[in-house]
Design a protein around this ligand. Structure first.
Ligand code: PMP
Ligand code: GLU
Length: 394
């Protein structure tokens, strides 16, 4: 707490995923052999055809500010992508390109929420939702789910969480951190409840849509009655391994898009010009060009489930997408391991870091205190070694 800083920043939590990644980096710097399974970041290089597009953009002098909401031909590529992959019709005036999906989410919070507006977050939720909502003076309302319902919120739970102050509901499918994927029936169930509450808007974070091992990604905006009140968020960080290039985007009603553009115009201007040009090439490519990464994640998912399944005390769901497992490790609470008392998931994650040299993230950061998140966006060799170390210290 620093009295010279704003209450806003003093009250904000540090991103737990980024903090753990920084901690792992620091320990590595001290010579420790840390295996980092904390950050949700593909370990692949950006495919060459996308890199080539970026090099071409540099040579073609894409060096000026872009339009605040993104280049028109990029928005056209996004519009085509929404149609091709999601059967959603978003025209160019319904799209804003931003500096990562994280900024897309921050824009939405800042333009949609007034002080005290409630935002329903089925928990576990992605780490930054809660602090982004709070930054905009909204109130996160967590709806706890458990491994027994594959970490999905039921229509009854949604209904029970709604109050006259509910303004929005935010969720990701495939979900970070649980890997759960909502099927059409489940989304229809949620939509049925929302029909009775026409003033509630939905943020559907679909950044993992391609990393789906079941196939058949469903966008809630395509469910009857949901299109006008859904903000569909997506980006290229995950499927195209372009995390550092920072491009995200939304499809939404024109008035929301206009507001996000106005906000972004005062905060960041448009997103990085070179990365925008490369994103056109990425989005125009057939999904078959990135299938090798999806297949690899699928293989690793099976590998890590098998390896973790051998450790007594880990309770697992079968994630159908993204690249995380979210084991319930509450059976260790109250135990003492190598002289360390494990009271909660944060103690457990710290124990693994200090004793097994494996970085994971506590589930508390995702609104579930019984679990830890393990990212399997790492090589098979690292995964085997990490899980064998974890097993040894437990
Ligand atoms: N949503 C989810 C669910 C995520 O896991 C991430 C990961 N960074 C983001 C949004 C933000 O992605 P980015 O800002 O890299 O586009
Ligand atoms: N989305 C990734 C994660 O959950 C990247 C880190 C972040 O942006 O917080 O680990």
């Amino acid at each position: 707490m620093n009295n010279h800083l704003s209450e806003r920043i003093n009250n904000m939590a540090t991103s737990a995923t980024l903090a753990m990644a920084a901690k792992a980096r620091e320990l590595r710097g001290q010579g420790k052999d840390i295996i980092g399974l904390s950050l949700g970041e593909p370990d692949f290089n950006i495919p060459d055809f996308i890199k080539d597009a970026a090099k071409k953009a540099i040579d073609e002098n894409y060096s000026s500010y872009s339009p605040v909401d993104g280049y028109a031909d990029l928005k056209q590529a996004i519009s085509n992508k929404f149609k091709r992959d999601n059967n959603l019709d978003y025209g160019l005036s319904q799209i804003v390109v931003s500096t990562g999906a994280k900024q897309s989410l921050a824009n939405i919070a800042m333009v949609m929420l007034n002080k005290g507006d409630e935002v329903i977050l089925p928990a576990p939720y992605w780490v930054s939702y809660s602090d982004i909502v709070k930054l905009a003076e909204g109130v996160p309302v967590e709806v706890p789910t458990s491994i027994d319902t594959d970490f999905k919120m039921t229509p009854e739970q949604l209904e029970a969480a709604i109050t006259p102050k509910t303004k929005m509901m935010w969720f990701s499918s495939p979900c970070n951190p649980s890997g759960s994927v909502y099927n059409e029936e489940e989304l229809k169930g949620l939509a049925e409840v929302l029909k009775k509450h026409p003033n509630i808007f939905v943020v559907s974070d679909e950044i993992y849509e391609h990393i789906n091992f079941r196939g058949g990604h469903i966008s809630i905006a395509g469910i009857e009655g949901m299109y006008d009140r859904t903000i569909t968020v997506n980006g290229v960080s995950k499927a195209f391994a372009m995390t550092g290039w920072r491009i995200g985007y939304i499809g939404a009603a024109e008035w929301i898009v206009k507001a996000c553009t106005k906000f972004q115009g005062q905060i960041t201007s448009g997103a990085n010009a070179i990365a925008q040009r490369a994103t056109i090439t990425a989005l125009e490519a057939p999904v078959s060009k990135i299938q090798f990464m999806i297949d690899e994640f699928h293989k690793r998912r099976d590998l890590i489930l098998g390896l973790l399944g051998e450790i007594e005390g880990f309770k697992l769901n079968v994630p159908e997408g993204a690249f995380y497992v979210f084991p319930d490790i509450s059976s260790f609470f109250g135990k003492t391991l190598k002289g360390t008392k494990i009271n909660n998931a944060s103690d457990f994650a710290l124990y693994l870091l200090e004793n097994a040299n494996v970085a994971t993230v506590t589930g508390e950061a995702f609104g579930n205190p019984n679990c830890i998140r393990i990212s399997y966006a790492a090589s098979e060799k690292e995964l085997r070694e990490a899980i064998s170390r974890i097993k040894a210290v437990l």
